[in-house]
Write a protein that binds this ligand. Structure first.
Ligand SMILES: *Cc1c(COP(=O)(O)O)cnc(C)c1O
Length: 711
């Protein structure tokens, strides 16, 4: 190829690369974008598309005249092409049927990366990680969700330490998204009936490696303003907005797949929000002449439902009036009376006072359902037993697949480079990402000749330092908004040598963020200990309408300013994927103290493992399965009291006990060279026993073998 053509091919390749989220889990690709403009990379929040838009065509071409840089860019592009073109994938051998007839995965939220904030919490992050691993495994997979043009809210803390919410506008031009076009080259437009009207929507594709995730967008001039705003905020507005968003997601998503000529073999509902898809599938059958019962039976064969929470507020329930208003077209399309349709969403079909529950619909219209950990599976069987009368609780057809995380995506840059160096430069990056999901890779952590205690300890120090510097920067920005601040003071906030404990997640009440402060005076003693100090980093958002959650945030911030904990406790604003990555990597201990059994799985603690951060958690969700006595710390035992007050009391007591009696001594007991050998032994055990097991590679394989294409 002549040099000019080669340059143009490289420029085109870079633009394609920026619009495929694959770069979010490839270190070399991120290095290239960062190097093009380090300032833009940081200020535009690690957005490859926006970085490329910062550079003129001339600058980019000239930069590529540098042979060394050009060589690295082309190496990344070769990796990317090899990834997209690979034919020897796991799915090619184990799930070939799904290549032609994919899994359609419907989720109200997807969390991929900090540049595309369209997830509210763990549910969306899990969906994003599911898609990334589906891509890595070569699975036939398409995702369906909504394009929320103002995303999930951004959190700012005001002078009263109260959470306030604001939204930023997401412009698809500056995001790793592409418009979905019709045969005429114009944006594809589909319609779906909501309330009395046809509502049109257009579609954006997020390319997640090999898998497209389609985001539906009603912001079209032909729609009433009311409908244009349906896709404004994640879970925006009231119940009425909510039900309409869900009709759009479920029924609109199926319409879109038909327009694209996609014939899924499985429809996977990630939480009940997507369950209206079953009614649209029934509508298709009935239009083809099937009866109601026949249509339901046929649709059931294709549908899988994953439930994510035993917390009652996590299950949407819509009143009869709201159904009559927003979902009335289903009555006609399915050829049934209101009561017959309502019955599909009721535990007691004849109870006309019972609202329509999306979880009930999903359970009735799916051939299989699962919870997200073993304990959560069991709790769900108990919860929904009344839907399956005539059998025992154990016979309720709800199984479980324990969640995971997409390891290559969660791993912080310096840690990727650390393991990469350990493995030697010779191995190509494609193998490397695959390597990470293998138990054999992590089994090597047992071996001190592969990685020494000293190297691991040095890595831990580096990651803690990076977190503390990140926290100081953030806090300085955060607090100088409300009062002029003392720069020097921020430089002394938090101690880079101290045992650092992190807590970050949604501020839902059951997660009990302030539990550790119940034994306040004793905690102050631990924190201010001259030889063995402890410090805390907190973050998290409360739902905009959850004043109780906001009070918990306020309480923690108040303690951080006005108590003996000041200087040793900080609250970081605006928790998101980026803050999460800083925290799970930089903290020494990841604290999780939900009210058991309400944390169906939990995933943030899984992100800690590959960074050498240890879990300290109630034996709920995944940790009940993961903890083996050597790989972290447990609060309490594998049981809980039914009395909530008693449970809170016992858990806070046990938390204090294990922290003071086990965690702190283990961290601070050093040998003559200053290394905490027993602590590092736990880090190794955590990596060996947990890293590959709580990876979405294992999880997606399990879904495939149990449900998508049982062998
Ligand atoms: C991982 C993650 C969560 C989920 O955390 P849990 O501890 O499972 O509740 C929520 N939000 C963000 C931004 C995350 O990265």
């Amino acid at each position: 190829m002549d040099p000019h053509n080669q340059l143009e091919t490289t420029v085109t390749g870079l633009n394609q690369l920026a619009r495929n989220l694959w770069w979010t889990w490839n270190q070399e690709a991120q290095d290239v974008f960062e190097e093009l403009s380090p300032r833009a990379w940081r200020n535009l929040y690690h957005n490859a598309v926006a970085v490329l838009r910062e550079l003129s065509g001339e600058e980019l071409r000239v930069r590529l005249l540098d042979g060394e840089f050009n060589g690295r860019v082309r190496a990344v592009l070769r990796q990317f092409d090899a990834y997209l073109g690979a034919t020897d994938t796991w799915a090619a051998a184990h799930a070939p049927r799904l290549a032609k007839r994919p899994v359609a995965y419907f989720s109200a939220e997807f969390g991929f990366h900090e540049t595309l904030p369209i997830a509210a919490g763990g549910l969306g992050i899990l969906a994003g990680d599911h898609a990334k691993s589906a891509s890595d495994l070569g699975l036939g997979f398409v995702g369906i969700s909504l394009f929320y043009r103002e995303g999930y809210f951004q959190q700012a803390i005001d002078a009263e330490s109260w959470q306030t919410e604001y939204y930023s506008h997401l412009d698809p031009k500056n995001l790793p998204l592409e418009p979905v076009l019709g045969a005429d080259g114009q944006p594809l437009v589909c319609t779906v009936e909501i309330a009395a009207d046809p509502v049109s929507f257009r579609v954006w594709a997020a390319n997640v490696g090999r898998c497209p995730v389609y985001l539906l967008d009603t912001n079209l001039p032909t729609n009433h303003l009311h409908f244009r705003d349906l896709t404004r905020h994640v879970y925006g507005g009231d119940d009425s907005t909510r039900i309409m968003q869900e009709i759009l997601l479920g029924a609109g998503g199926v319409r879109l797949l038909r327009r694209l000529g996609v014939e899924p073999s499985v429809y996977h509902m990630n939480e009940g929000h997507a369950a209206f898809l079953t009614l649209e599938l029934m509508h298709e059958r009935i239009a083809d002449g099937a009866g109601f019962d026949g249509a339901l039976a046929a649709v059931k064969q294709q549908c899988l439902f994953t439930t994510h929470t035993p917390v009652p507020a996590g299950h949407d329930r819509f009143s009869r009036e709201l159904m009559d208003y927003a979902a009335r077209h289903f009555y006609k399309q399915l050829g049934v009376g209101k009561e017959e349709l309502m019955a599909l969403g009721r535990v007691q079909p004849d109870d006309t006072g019972e609202p329509f529950c999306m979880t009930v619909l999903a359970l009735k219209a799916a051939c299989a359902a699962n919870g997200v950990s073993e304990l959560h599976g069991r709790v769900s069987r108990e919860m929904w037993h009344s839907l399956y009368l005539g059998g025992t609780v154990d016979e309720v057809p709800i199984g479980h697949v324990t969640n995971g995380i997409h390891l290559a995506g969660w791993m912080k840059g310096p840690v990727r480079k650390f393991w990469r160096r350990k493995l030697g430069q010779a191995e190509s990056a494609v193998d490397w990402a695959e390597e990470l999901s293998k138990p054999e890779f992590w089994a090597r952590m047992e071996d001190a000749s592969f990685v020494s205690d000293e190297e691991l300890w040095a890595l831990r120090y580096r990651l803690r330092r990076e977190l503390i510097e990140f926290a100081r920067r953030r806090l300085q920005d955060q607090e100088h908004r409300s009062k002029p601040s003392d720069f020097i003071a921020f430089d002394h906030l938090l101690n880079p040598d101290a045992l650092t404990i992190g807590f970050a997640r949604r501020f839902a009440t059951y997660k009990r963020a302030p539990l550790i402060f119940d034994h306040f005076d004793q905690l102050v003693g631990l924190v201010r200990d001259a030889l063995w100090p402890v410090q805390f980093v907190f973050a998290g958002k409360a739902h905009p309408r959850d004043d109780e959650g906001k009070r918990l945030i306020q309480k923690i911030i108040h303690l951080s300013h006005h108590s003996e904990l000041s200087g040793h406790l900080v609250f970081l604003e605006n928790y998101d994927v980026h803050v999460a990555r800083q925290m799970v990597s930089g903290c020494d201990v990841w604290l999780n103290n939900p009210r058991r059994p309400l944390e169906a799985s939990g995933t943030s603690g899984m992100k800690a493992i590959c960074h050498g951060c240890l879990n300290l958690s109630i034996l709920d969700g995944w940790w009940r399965e993961g903890y083996d006595g050597t790989n972290g710390f447990a609060i309490g035992v594998d049981a809980h009291s039914e009395d909530v007050v008693e449970q809170d009391r016992l858990d806070s007591e046990n938390l204090y006990k294990v922290l003071s009696g086990e965690v702190i001594p283990c961290f601070y007991e050093r040998d003559e060279s200053g290394i905490p050998r027993a602590w590092i032994a736990k880090i190794r055990r955590a990596m060996v026993t947990l890293a590959a097991r709580y990876d979405t590679t294992r999880m997606v394989r399990e879904y495939t073998q149990k449900y998508y294409q049982p062998e």
